[in-house]
Design a protein around this ligand. Structure first.
Ligand code: ASN
Length: 326
């Protein structure tokens, strides 16, 4: 009964403050997405945002919401994270992920992990069950085993599309350039819950044809994302080396700290990265007041946002679709 009363109370509160709940997700800064993939990408991104929002509506925290949204995208082979991760120079998968709780700045990250289905779950466990913020490679995988996350064969994460992508990349050698937005598909989410807590999660297979052991921006707090209840939450995507150099997520929040709007902050941070190191990318940002933005300098970036029970989603600059959630 107590539990039920607790749940009912939470629902009652939630219904009057549903308006304050926000979830935004991205599916990675990208070059043009082919017409046959567009529909699948659009569906995947909408499903992730809906999952995050429903988690908040059911009383889940911002951290729960971003984790759940990112798991949906890690499990979708259309995106470069979890199953569907791009391949390194050896044809292997090495994944990076991070998560942060804006309440107290607690953070968890893993890098270069190979045989786990959902790196974002592992990142959250690093945050909650270790005295550290960041575990890498074998240590991260040993920790996964210790906390009961099953080891899966790496083949389960590899798709035919990514095998072809690697072959093509070896011939063209373009994807590692800062201004070449081929490294598509990294996923991320930001959320604001009914208690005013903010969180972000980012997960990726990195960049195709990368060196073994290369770590990008996605697991690095301040680059791949940041969340602070006093400011906002950000998840980034794009050329990892450029994002690391400018600390893109924290840079965007610095502009919020300076009084800029979410739109101005995103624009200033992305333009700085472009002009300073020629890096292309994108980001999603939600402020502590629930204003949000999705912005990119790459050709496109699949995104979806839910606020006030309305789902908005888009891939290219010219189109945004809106629908009511049931
Ligand atoms: N698509 C991406 O966002 C790639 C990721 N930022 C990385 O460089 O690892």
């Amino acid at each position: 009964l107590v539990r039920r009363r607790g749940t009912v109370a939470c629902r009652a509160v939630a219904s009057s403050i549903d308006a304050s709940l926000v979830v935004v997700v991205h599916g990675g800064g990208a070059s043009n997405i082919s017409a046959d993939r567009k529909e699948r990408v659009r569906e995947g991104i909408a499903k992730a945002a809906t999952e995050g929002y429903n988690t908040l509506k059911a009383g889940g925290s911002a951290v729960d919401a971003v984790e759940r949204a990112v798991i949906v995208l890690e499990n979708d082979p259309e995106f470069n994270a979890g199953c569907g991760s791009v391949l390194n120079v050896k044809g292997d998968v090495e994944m990076d992920a991070s998560i942060m709780d804006g309440r107290d700045l607690s953070a968890g990250a893993v890098s270069a992990v190979r045989c786990v289905e959902n790196p974002i779950k592992l990142a959250r466990l690093v945050m909650e069950k270790t005295p550290h913020c960041f575990l890498t490679g074998h240590g991260a995988e040993k920790f996964a085993a210790d906390v009961g996350i099953p080891e899966i064969p790496v083949e389960k994460l590899i798709t035919e599309r990514n095998k072809k992508h690697l072959e093509k990349e070896k011939l063209e050698k373009g994807a590692q350039k800062a201004d070449c937005p081929k490294n598509s598909g990294t996923v991320g989410a930001v959320a604001l819950d009914c208690k005013g807590n903010l969180a972000y999660a980012t997960s990726t297979g990195g960049i195709v044809n990368k060196m073994v052991g290369r770590v990008g921006d996605s697991p690095c707090i301040g680059a791949g994302g940041y969340a602070d209840n006093n400011l906002g939450a950000v998840s980034t995507t794009g050329h990892g080396e450029s994002i690391l150099k400018v600390n893109l997520a924290r840079l965007a929040l610095f502009h919020i700290e300076q009084g800029k709007t979410v739109d101005e902050a995103a624009e200033l941070a992305l333009n700085y990265m472009k002009s300073k190191v020629k890096g292309l990318g994108g980001l999603i940002l939600v402020s502590k007041t629930g204003d949000w933005v999705a912005k990119w300098t790459s050709a496109s970036m699949p995104w979806a946002a839910v606020k006030n029970g309305k789902l908005q989603a888009g891939i290219d600059l010219c189109e945004t679709k809106t629908r009511d959630l049931p």
